[in-house]
Write a protein that binds this ligand. Structure first.
Ligand code: AMP
Length: 944
């Protein structure tokens, strides 16, 4: 490598950022073994002044040379001696390599599987012979290098013993994939200095036993009272309970005020009762079939969420267990969104005050794509939450899949987390002391570095997938072992008895006391606060109990509106705005002054400005939201001089609430789930997710089905999330035309959400304002336009913005004589403008065109009002751009027929369809076909 290249690398950003650590790590490796680094680096390092005193060769003096020299010196000082790489001391280098080998691969030899079923691979790097060392060297003293052994020199025997104890007992540590040297050193210190086994006090260990007894006690109690009833018990993974107890207590000690937990069904009832403090008698009532929610469908008991406060050394902490559908892992991004919302509310920019905990199953962690998406968001600006604590309840079987050749291709179920350089601690669930240590390190690591960390609790599942399931049919060998295997509590109790910390009688007493408490219906979570401090969480009362209404006063004083419009169009001097963007802002200034009709971008942006002014925060994310996929928004202005950005909506008022806009990373599923979590935690704000094209939301279908459309009915959780889904047939082919309106309409019932197709700037202005000004919180699905963003007819006046409202139905805008009207064409969306153009061109004053701007809840009365004056009707047509089997036709025609029947001649039977023929794909791929179909369907609307 040329010196010039090296200097250049150092100075340029990637090198001087995170990659500097990489180079340092290489240099460290080089100091240990020059042959271990690539040739070009070795050649370069060879020419540096060696920190042991050998002279520099031909590298010129300069910052980079100094950098390495100082670094090398530091390393050597740390070693307090000289690492010799030649002659008789060559073995010293090998010893240092052996130390690193344990750090890299010790986990593969660790004793982490309570059932001992895991085949341990051969790890030659951990053999002395691999490093050209022999038993004869065991008594030879060597430098201990960076090993946290407590002394600089120790016999090889002792070094190996420390390494074995640290890396090959009940905790398998993986952290050498982390690039940051400080983090790695921190982790090494935490494990090596105590050989992965700190000495916990008698009180601490008694407490662990007590929590284990609680974990086992609950399952035994339920098993005897409700044998064969599904509860997805924790048996086999009982250490999870002392672990969670420790996480919450320790995080509380760090000043955490809220903890949000996402978890699937296994062990959930145990967590609810023993950690969150749900009342046992309530659970028993649920087992007996009591309804939890009087309204809605409700959900099974092992999907229920819960909230409570517990006391910790740092004060009261609010706990929230998120409601969970059966779809594994999908709750993880929901939790992140909820956490971020709480952090934003508290201005907790580094994540100290709110902690997310994601509890995974081993098979789902390895199998579900949303895990990757959620990890990927962990350090991004829009989604980071200061690090998530991941816990895998690893029972080594996914439903019935347990053969290593079937479960996954990765070594561990947690390997995906290496992608974001999260440290991973695999820990034997039958060693609760080790579990406690891994837990403490994990919580401390998250607190220190604000990054994700994973605890893989390796355990087993004592029963089948659920309690009605017989597992030995598919896992005969595993269950043969499990049958003979003592419980974690029993193993731990015996250990403590043997060590003289408790007596046999103590352990029995603990079990009896727990059982008595349960039977008496007492709370059994030891830190539960009976009268919780409600200021720790949001008060939802103002939003509860509202009947559906489409009405809201969304008008605004004209003068104030224009002032706000002026602010949202102001870009400070010194920001060089790109030419087309400058034109957009110039036009907006004209619109603000009343010199130009208002377009979509102006009205939408002004809706945000007015809401911010009225105290409602606004958060918008999606793949292209700053600019808008079709370049209509430009809410983020990029300075052409230096690439910096300016967001005018952040400068509406001194004390305005938060305006957040972020282009998301390229995910739909995790991102939409995150925004659902955010919206269900932030009732006051307008929270928007915008799809790049509407149909891209189908990658997030689980979120739409399991949360957005049904969360209120299943769990009573309100959600005001808005989804903007570009939709419209413009000849762009099957993938870019349809937002799959029919799918949303199919999910509509019981006023669960709103599906709207606004067609004018004033309509989107009032629709967005209505979404937060009304106290009602319901998801809003918007089929938003593409070409209409620039359509010369799709404009509004300032007057319509200031004094209008969202109209669920737009009556005919023409000057028709009502009695002459023989036909009404009903439609929604952009096709209206094609119909209006046809009518004007063909002078069809016998046909009225009525837009249904809200398809659900269906505005029957408003539609009737728009139609009732046409007393001589002969034909009612529903016209849509979508094919017959898609769009609104099948889902909404019965509503239209009901209204048509209310008309004078009972027109329900006369309702006809004009649209594209049924089609497997959403749209044609050829512009010529599209154009012909569009011409035909408009023609049909008037003439068929
Ligand atoms: P949490 O902070 O999530 O534990 O919520 C605290 C309390 O606020 C819950 O017990 C509910 O009573 C209420 N709450 C939270 N989120 C919602 C929501 N999306 N809809 C209705 N009530 C909610």
């Amino acid at each position: 490598m040329q010196e010039g290249t090296m200097e250049l690398m150092w100075r340029t950003s990637p090198m001087s950022g995170g990659n500097a650590h990489y180079v340092e790590a290489l240099y460290e490796q080089y100091l240990v073994d020059p042959n271990a680094v690539p040739d070009e680096w070795r050649n370069y390092f060879d020419r540096l002044p060696h920190p042991d005193g050998s002279p520099a060769q031909d590298v010129p003096l300069g910052p980079i040379r100094d950098q390495f020299y100082q670094f090398g010196k530091r390393r050597l000082n740390g070693h307090a001696g000289t690492v010799e790489t030649s002659g008789e001391n060559k073995k010293q280098v090998k010893v240092l390599q052996l130390i690193n080998a344990y750090r890299f691969r010790g986990h593969q030899q660790a004793d982490i599987d309570p059932l001992n079923l895991r085949a341990r691979v051969e790890v030659p790097d951990l053999e002395l012979s691999f490093h050209q060392l022999t038993n004869a060297d065991l008594d030879t003293p060597f430098q201990t290098g960076s090993l946290f052994l407590g002394k600089d020199v120790a016999p090889l025997k002792e070094i190996v013993e420390v390494l074995e104890k640290t890396y090959c007992r009940s905790i398998g540590c993986e952290f050498m994939h982390i690039v940051d040297t400080e983090e790695k050193r921190w982790l090494q210190q935490r494990f090596e200095s105590v050989r992965s086994k700190p000495k916990f006090s008698k009180e601490v260990r008694r407490h662990v036993l007590e929590r284990l007894t609680a974990a086992e006690g609950l399952e035994n109690y339920l098993a005897s009272k409700y044998p064969g009833t599904k509860r997805f018990g924790l048996e086999g993974g009982e250490s999870f309970i002392p672990m969670m107890d420790e996480v919450i207590q320790r995080a509380g000690g760090y000043g955490t005020k809220e903890v949000v937990i996402g978890m699937a069904h296994r062990g959930r009832l145990n967590l609810l009762i023993n950690i969150l403090g749900k009342s046992p008698s309530e659970l028993i009532e649920e087992f007996d079939g009591k309804k939890v929610n009087e309204q809605g469908s409700g959900d099974v008991k092992y999907h229920q969420g819960f909230s409570s406060n517990v006391m910790t050394p740092g004060g009261e902490v609010h706990l929230a267990l998120a409601f969970n559908p059966s779809h594994l892992e999908i709750v993880a991004p929901v939790v992140e969104g909820s956490v971020r919302a709480r952090q934003d509310r508290r201005d907790d920019t580094d994540g100290t005050k709110v902690l997310p905990i994601s509890i995974h199953g081993d098979a789902s962690m390895a199998g579900q794509g949303v895990v990757m998406e959620t990890l990927q968001m962990s350090q991004t600006r829009a989604y980071r939450t200061g690090g998530t604590l991941h816990v895998v309840i690893n029972n080594q079987v996914g439903f019935t899949t347990s053969h290593p050749l079937d479960t996954r291709s990765t070594e561990y179920c947690t390997d995906i987390a290496k992608m974001i350089q999260a440290p991973i601690f695999h820990v034997n669930g039958d060693d609760p002391d080790a579990v406690l240590h891994a837990t403490q390190v994990a919580v401390d690591y998250r607190h220190q570095f604000k990054r994700d960390v994973v605890i893989d609790l390796v355990c087993y599942r004592r029963r089948g997938h659920n309690e009605a399931d017989e597992p030995s049919g598919t896992q005969p060998m595993m269950y043969e072992k499990i049958k003979k295997h003592k419980s974690s509590r029993e193993i731990y109790a015996r250990r403590l008895v043997k060590e003289g910390l408790v007596s046999e009688d103590d352990t029995k007493e603990m079990m009896e006391k727990y059982r008595d408490d349960l039977q008496a219906g007492n709370h059994v979570a030891n830190a539960l606060v009976k009268e919780p401090n409600t200021s720790l969480f949001v008060n939802w009362t103002p939003y509860l109990g509202h009947e559906w209404t489409g009405d809201a006063d969304t008008s605004i004083d004209m003068k104030r509106m224009q002032q706000l419009a002026a602010r949202m169009c102001t870009i400070p001097d010194g920001i060089q705005v790109q030419r087309q963007v400058a034109k957009i802002y110039e036009d907006r200034r004209k619109m603000q002054a009343g010199g130009m009709a208002v377009n979509w971008g102006f009205a939408e942006t002004l809706a945000y400005a007015t809401l911010l002014d009225q105290g409602h925060g606004v958060r918008i994310t999606g793949q292209d939201v700053g600019r808008g996929t079709f370049s209509h928004r430009h809410a983020v202005v990029h300075n052409q001089k230096d690439g910096s950005t300016y967001v005018p909506l952040e400068h509406i008022a001194e004390d305005q609430p938060r305006f957040t806009i972020h282009d998301s990373f390229l995910s739909e599923e995790a991102v939409l789930a995150f925004e659902y979590g955010y919206a269900t935690t932030t009732p006051k704000a307008l929270v928007i997710w915008e799809a790049q094209f509407g149909d891209f939301a189908n990658g997030a279908q689980v979120v739409i089905d399991q949360f957005i459309s049904s969360g209120e009915s299943k769990w009573g959780r309100l959600c005001g999330l808005t989804m903007l889904l570009p939709h419209g047939y413009e000849g762009q082919g099957p993938e870019h035309s349809s937002a799959r309106l029919e799918r949303y309409l199919q999910l509509c019932a019981e006023h669960n959400m709103q599906v709207c197709v606004p067609t004018t700037p004033a309509q989107i202005f009032h629709l967005l304002r209505r979404q937060v000004i009304r106290p009602l919180r319901k998801p809003l699905i918007v089929m938003s336009p593409k070409s209409l963003l620039r359509h010369k007819e799709a404009v509004s006046s300032l007057e319509e913005l200031a004094n209008g409202k969202f109209q669920m139905v737009l009556a005919d805008q023409g000057k028709l004589e009502a009695e002459k009207v023989k036909r009404v064409v009903l439609c929604a969306g952009k096709v209206y403008y094609d119909l209006a153009a046809y009518r004007a061109e063909n002078e069809r004053d016998d046909t009225a065109i009525v837009r249904i701007e809200q398809l659900y809840p269906f505005p029957k009365e408003e539609l009737y009002e728009a139609l009732k004056e046409y007393t001589n009707l002969e034909q009612v047509v529903w016209c849509q751009e979508e094919p017959l089997n898609q769009g609104a036709w099948y889902q909404s025609q019965h509503h239209m027929r009901v209204v048509a029947d209310m008309l004078k001649n009972g027109m329900g039977r006369e309702l006809k369809f004009a649209g594209r023929p049924a089609s497997a794909a959403p749209a044609a791929g050829y512009m010529s076909v599209h154009t012909e179909q569009q011409r035909q369907l408009v023609n049909d609307a008037f003439n068929a």
